[in-house]
Design a protein around this ligand. Structure first.
Ligand code: PEP
Ligand code: MN
Length: 341
């Protein structure tokens, strides 16, 4: 059941609705408040003889709601995620999440942070728990790497993002890092989704490499259902018959997701293509398609990288691409301003 009220309910009235359903053994989830308060009550699909605050109900839809908590249907306004002074989503400026695939050493992550900070980056990325195909490949520095990532980012006033692979690591990653990343291989690790949902930390939810949009939004719903709406959807390429690129970067999802959800949408052209030379053009394409930000792998010495060197930009390439992004941004701002009339 979707229950819509004809106005924004006060906290007390909203709680009254939640309690009313609780007393009848149902859970009511409030969607993010727009002008009108909406509740989703997933277990009710038949009509009830009475409803809470009946006189104020404007709509009652008997349906099994799919990803209602993250759907644009019940909240029209873009969701903005704030990390200190940084805003992701809603605003025109795209967020730039830049850094090496993995944190490899103190020197490497400090060098990376310096380049990211002096060339327009907002968030320093770097994996410390690495989901490698082979168990014999570099697995990441773990907690030691996490501390180095934070130290380097703090030194250069950057925010941080890193992947968390296990439920048991969520609290320590949340303690040291600004954004928890769920990798492509874990998009449907429901226990992990619930664990990050119980924190209020921003979450990057990468698209599973063979996940449909419906499955992806349902994965986001798992996080939202636990009370955390600070979710960034990140397209990172899907597996297709094509072998010339590492993955097929599906940029059409960006404008499509913008219709389906109010959550910020970002993309990762590094994993999306696997080829350094393609990262620049695809970055400009994705931002033109309306993305709220981009995640790019950049390494101070990509040919010596312990993971994903082939797709990592050199510092010079990133510096140049950052200038192109800023030029493009000005054009896009004009287009958006014009279209607003
Ligand atoms: C990464 O960002 O380094 C990573 C492993 O990404 P994905 O989960 O998209 O492969
Ligand atoms: Mn990588």
């Amino acid at each position: 059941m979707i229950l819509e009220y004809n106005q924004k309910l006060s906290k007390t009235l909203s709680q009254q609705v939640v309690d009313w359903f609780f007393d009848r053994n149902y859970t009511a989830y409030q969607t993010a408040v727009d002008q009108k308060t909406v509740f989703v009550i997933p277990d009710v699909i038949q009509s009830l003889p009475e409803l809470p605050l009946n006189a104020m109900v404007s709509r009652c839809i008997l349906t099994h709601p799919e990803y209602a908590l993250v759907s644009r249907k019940y909240q029209s306004e873009d969701h903005e995620i704030r990390i200190g002074d940084l805003v992701i989503g809603g605003s025109q400026e795209a967020v730039k999440i830049i850094g090496p695939c993995s944190v490899e050493s103190r020197l490497q992550i400090f060098e990376s942070a310096a380049i990211v900070a002096s060339n327009g980056g907002h968030i320093l990325r770097g994996g410390v728990f690495k989901p490698r195909t082979s168990p014999y490949s570099f697995q990441g520095l773990g907690i030691e790497g996490l501390k180095l990532l934070k130290e380097a980012a703090d030194t250069y006033q950057l925010k941080t993002a890193t992947e968390v692979m296990n439920e048991s690591d969520v609290s320590v990653v949340a303690e040291y890092c600004d954004i928890l990343q769920i990798g492509t291989r874990n998009m449907q690790n429901f226990g992990l989704l619930e664990a990050v949902g119980k924190t209020q930390k921003p979450v990057i939810l990468k698209r599973g490499f063979s996940a449909t949009i419906q499955e992806w939004l349902n994965a986001a719903e798992y996080i939202a259902k636990q009370g955390n709406r600070n979710i960034i959807l990140m397209e990172r390429g899907i597996r297709t018959f094509e072998k010339a690129t590492r993955n097929t970067l599906d940029l059409s999802v960006i404008p499509l997701l913008k219709q389906l959800t109010y959550l910020p949408v970002c993309f990762d052209p590094s994993h999306g293509t696997g080829i350094r030379e393609l990262v620049g053009p695809m970055t400009l394409a994705g931002l033109s398609a309306g993305a709220d930000g981009v995640m790019i792998e950049m390494h101070p010495h990509p040919d010596e990288a312990l993971s994903d060197g082939m797709q990592s930009l050199t510092p010079t390439q990133w510096k140049q691409l950052n200038q192109h992004i800023d030029q493009l941004q000005r054009v896009l701002n004009n287009i958006y301003d014009d279209s607003k009339g």
